[in-house]
Write a protein that binds this ligand. Sequence first.
Ligand SMILES: [Zn+2]
Length: 415
Amino acid sequence: MITDGRSTVHPPGCRVCGQPIRAFFDFGRQPVSDAFRDPADRSAEFHYDLAVGACGGCAMVQQSHEVPRARMFHADYPYRSSGSALMRDHFEAFAHHLLDTELKVPDPFVVEIGSNDGVMLRTIAQAGVRHLGVEPSGGAADAARAHGVRVLTEFFQEDSARRIRDEDGPAVVIFSANTVSHIARLDSVFRGVDALLAPNGVFVVEDRYLGDIVDSTAFDQIYDEHFYLFSVESVRNASRRFGFELVDITRLPVHGGTIRFTIARAGARPVAPAVGELLAVERARGLAGHRTLDRFAERTRHARTELVDLLRRLRDQGRTVVGYGATAKSATVTNYCGIGPDLVPYICDSTPAKHGKLAPGSGIPVRPPAAFADPYPDYALLFAWNHAEEIMAKEHRFAAAGGRWIRYVPRVHVV
Ligand SMILES: [Zn+2]
């Protein structure tokens, strides 16, 4: 491991199995995706090389450079899981599902890795079930506590997992949504799960699915926080490496294509047919193979050209374009495509902590949602496309007033 003072560079080898990595895309220098800056801040902005490759040994798709985690998940980390009604419903339904199934045992204990503002655990807490969220971002953890959720403000790793086990006993469910892919040290996560999970317990992981990212050319799902892009094959291989087995999968429509992996100790539970079925599909299409990923890279380059051409054309025609949703994903779009305030003068976003700040790298100002209608722009560039239906329904007056949405996933088009 080499530290260059900016980010941690690893020799060309898989972070899971050590086999060679084949790079398939390089986005160039990128900022930390959630590092919104005060306009008065003149300090140098942190950048790192965002490049992705696939392991020839275990098929894990991963980044080649790791951003120090304290730069991403600190007290001011702005993302809140409960910001979307769709996601609130999604996690509430899953909590009820757990209460009706895995938690129907005497005195169950549930742990969530990366519990954010407690969007899932608040339902568990209301049911009076013992639980613990493990969340390093202090602001998010405080928001969870305000909803009666018990939270440990730490990173989940082997030593914290052992301490939890000593104090609370084994967990029958360890859940994690959109977090495990953020952790480069998967070995430490699995060793922590090994220390904490009950013999017949389940480790349930929800994350973006590589198959959906490739199918929809969702290149903006690749940013600092998404260190790994999971597939059935890569998660099955990683699980086996650490003494576990992938026993079930469920594909979910949220976040533009998510998959729920259910992992148990090796031999503890039967493997559901869905695992083998999707694994066969992945192998037939060569999901982590160079042909598939090189085509994805080609479509990504094409999307950049199309999007920048469209924005320049609209600017030259005197049309107004505003960004909608200052998402972490949008940092990849603006910085990879070279979109600055000349093409998108501001982005409207509902997160108060981002208001009055500049988006990372691009320096595009972020304004509150009320600015969107004051006055409506001619076009809105939908950065939060994973919540498209919810947003378009909320902003129906924009379309009624003649406004048009610009989307770039699965291809650049105007709605
Ligand atoms: Zn590997």
